[in-house]
Design a protein around this ligand. Structure first.
Ligand SMILES: Cc1cc2nc3c(=O)[nH]c(=O)nc-3n(C[C@H](O)[C@H](O)[C@H](O)COP(=O)(O)O)c2cc1C
Length: 306
């Protein structure tokens, strides 16, 4: 009942692990798949190794967390070996998240790993400084077009652009992605940046001072982004931001997401969240006479239940 497709990739269910939460090696990606994820997105990696920021890199706030990990990763040569060790016996989507500083760098990384994954997600939307060029790409439609096109020209597997909510009109960025040939878009990367100050020391808590917000507090912004983008482009949407239960998933599907990703709430609920949401989603569909995920996608745009 939950089986679906995203960019023609067959999936057991529409629930993905979001980039950056676990997903930095083969064993954690395999663990997510064994726990019932329909797909996984790796932690974002770059051409060269990147140490990221010093601790503390995450802090809990009302409604979620703020993180400034700084996209730490061992670089594509090492990450490629991890990708080779991912076991996907079921119908799963294995998506690699990559980032870089130039269109050429993105396209070279993509070319190196395309044979090991089903799709590539372009992180052009990271909101913290060490990768400041990340969101500065995704805030500009022309740059977005240029970066997406460079990758599309170099690989034959689906390319998904992951967009930032930190813009005046996200539909312009989604349209630029589609024009450049993107096969899908992921909405949204973390929001902000935001900041938390320690009351006793009167200093910012994060070593980077500020970071991206994620978790339940950002869900309404993610839902509105999906709602708007669904009306503006033909390519499918991966919805992400604040999902912690099946009702959140249903809301994203209603707004127009074809599949969803789950990040921050895995820190609170563990990877069992995938099997729990799958079971609850299936019961919801039975109770509402819904036979497929496709029937739910974009329902709000079709006037809701009649
Ligand atoms: C600790 C942490 C690390 C993240 N790292 C990445 C990353 O490497 N690449 C990326 O595209 N997004 C990254 N994100 C953003 C998530 O993939 C997701 O877009 C965002 O957190 C909203 O979803 P959530 O509320 O379910 O966490 C990270 C988020 C968190 C909390």
């Amino acid at each position: 009942m939950l089986k679906t497709k995203f960019c023609k990739i067959a999936l057991e269910n529409p629930l993905f692990l979001a980039a950056g939460v676990l997903g930095s090696n083969a064993s954690s990606l395999n663990w997510a798949l064994e726990s019932g994820a329909g797909g996984v997105v790796t932690k974002s990696f770059s051409k060269n190794p990147n140490e990221g920021y010093k601790n503390p890199t995450t802090v809990a706030v009302e409604g979620g967390i703020i993180n400034a990990i700084g996209l730490s990763n061992p670089g594509v040569e090492v990450f490629k070996e991890e990708l080779k060790r991912i076991n996907s016996s079921k119908e799963n989507g294995i998506f690699a998240s990559i980032y870089g500083s130039t269109p050429l760098e993105f396209s070279e990384i993509a070319g190196e790993i395309e044979e090991f994954v089903d799709a590539i997600e372009l992180n052009i939307s990271c909101p913290h400084a060490m990768c400041g060029y990340g969101s500065s790409i995704g805030e500009n439609p022309d740059l977005t077009y240029e970066f997406v096109k460079a990758v599309k020209d170099n690989v034959s597997i689906p390319v998904i652009a992951k967009l930032t909510p930190n813009v005046t009109d996200i539909t312009k960025i989604a349209i630029a992605s589609e024009k450049a040939g993107a096969d899908g878009v992921t909405l949204i990367n973390s929001l902000g940046p935001g900041m938390k100050i320690d009351i006793s020391t009167a200093k910012p808590i994060l070593s980077n001072k500020f970071g991206g917000m994620s978790g339940p507090a950002i869900k309404p912004i993610a839902i509105k982004s999906v709602f708007d983008v669904y009306k503006s482009v033909e390519i499918p949407i991966m919805g992400v931001g604040g999902i912690s239960n099946y009702l959140d998933v249903v809301e994203f599907l209603y707004a127009g997401a074809s599949v969803v990703q789950i990040g921050t709430s895995i820190m609170d609920h563990g990877l069992e969240i995938f099997s729990r949401i799958s079971k609850d989603l299936e019961n919801f569909m039975k109770d509402n006479d819904l036979n497929s995920i496709d029937e739910i996608v974009g329902l709000v745009h079709k006037g809701g239940f009649q």
